[in-house]
Design a protein around this ligand. Structure first.
Ligand SMILES: [Zn+2]
Length: 59
């Protein structure tokens, strides 16, 4: 079974969604809008995940 992780891009503010395996606590996804990679971390709420930008690319 899979769960939906919803996260907000820290760069452009877009809402993204990713399917993750049930019980997963972390994932990596790329923003559909600005293509910034983020590390996702499950929060206390099951749907909305915390997002941190990944990579050292300069804007
Ligand atoms: Zn973005």
């Amino acid at each position: 079974m899979a769960a939906t992780a919803e996260w907000i891009c820290t760069r452009c503010g877009s809402t993204n969604r990713r399917l993750v395996p049930d019980g997963a606590r972390r994932a990596v996804d790329e923003c559909l809008t600005c293509h910034t990679r983020h590390e996702l971390e499950a929060d206390a709420r099951p749907v909305r995940w915390r997002a941190r930008p990944l990579g050292k690319k300069a804007a």
